[in-house]
Design a binder for this molecule. Sequence first.
Ligand SMILES: Nc1ncnc2c1ncn2[C@@H]1O[C@H](COP(=O)(O)OP(=O)(O)O)[C@@H](O)[C@H]1O
Ligand SMILES: O=C(O)[C@@H](O)C(=O)COP(=O)(O)O
Length: 425
Amino acid sequence: MTILLGSIADDYTGASDLANTLTKNGLRTVQTVGIPDPSLALPDVDAVVVSLKIRSVAAKDAVAAALEAESWLRGRGAGHVLYKICSTFDSTDLGNIGPVTEALLSVSGGHIALVTPAFPETGRTVYLGHLFVNGQPLDESPLKDHPLNPMRDANLARVLTRQSRGKVGLIDLPTVTDGADAVRARLDRLRAEGAAAAIADAVFERDLETLGKAALEMPVSTGASGLGLGLARALLRSGRASASDGENEAIRPVGGLAAVVAGSCSAATLKQLDAAELHMPVLRLDTEKLLAGSDEISAAIAWAGERIGEGPVAIAASAAPEVVSRLQARYGREASGHAVETATAAIAGELVERGVRRLVVAGGETSGATVDRLGIPAFLIGPEIAPGVPLLRTIGTGGNDMLLTLKSGNFGGEDFFATALSMMR
Ligand SMILES: Nc1ncnc2c1ncn2[C@@H]1O[C@H](COP(=O)(O)OP(=O)(O)O)[C@@H](O)[C@H]1O
Ligand SMILES: O=C(O)[C@@H](O)C(=O)COP(=O)(O)O
């Protein structure tokens, strides 16, 4: 298999979001979970998105894992590697967007990386280096209260500088509007001035097409699905890939029971859970008890066992910012996040043992913990359920295929869970 575009995603929902965008834009794409075992038969594809769970780990671990994935992707022909980050730039001052981007540059002979989280289809735009989420500056959006990486600064050049060794420049909207040659010239100038990364403005898809064209000529770039769109369209226009309609093996029914497991505390997920209560049983976990070591997991499985024969059920750790803060004050931010992820993944694992074959998971870290627990090696990309969220079918699960949906916390409309479950048969 020779691939044209490689991507390393810093979480699993982000990987499926990017794989969805690449598929929609004509590239045959597969999503792997980590570096696949050589025995795993992957389909013939144009793009591979390697899902890693490195958004919230120590920077040195994130760098080591990303470099291993980079080497695997280059070994299969990838001429360009996109480091897929969150469209809301989820990270802390300790990393990992800066350290991973710089490490990928240093092994690939690149000198400067174009960086943009813009993804207009989901309301993420960048202007003068500032990120807006559905029209609100990042630091005024619900992301200011993210449990693991509260985003309190909308100025991305500043955010990235705090986590980088090199300087960070700006490719402003007027330059992007002038086209790919102007972007290249700006990148050259910034590089000559000693910058290792440049935040690129983008408000419309046409801006991302320009950025994709410029980025494709460099070995590495960093961005969200919007940049993936630009790279995919640039590959097709260059004639290096030919459009595939992505006809889909992924949607074949699998039957079995269906469930939702949620660990995202994002505003969109909280609304979706409220809406789900109108049409399916929803269990809200008591996370204080969960962390205090009481038998909340067995109780949740027993609760599900009494209902799931009648139709899908949902189990959620998700809670409002004040509840999350209380738990964090007691156990620490990372420890409580990790403990809740482990518990939600254990619940998902038990549900699958009891016959669930169609599973919706809400939350990036939550999805990572769950997919790892289930030992799924890779996914085929099915139809889009909502912008940024495709239906996924497992590969390499020994004929015991499952349908999954890994929903980024902030994606999807209020009726997302009902819509997803109706598409998963
Ligand atoms: N009630 C809670 N209290 C504290 N942390 C929680 C709670 N519920 C979920 N979490 C944690 O919050 C984090 C949410 O992150 P994630 O799953 O990536 O969601 P998102 O996609 O919204 O970013 C996870 O680490 C999860 O375990
Ligand atoms: O780019 C995005 O917004 C998503 O693909 C993504 O990475 C979201 O991460 P989570 O909200 O942690 O799921």
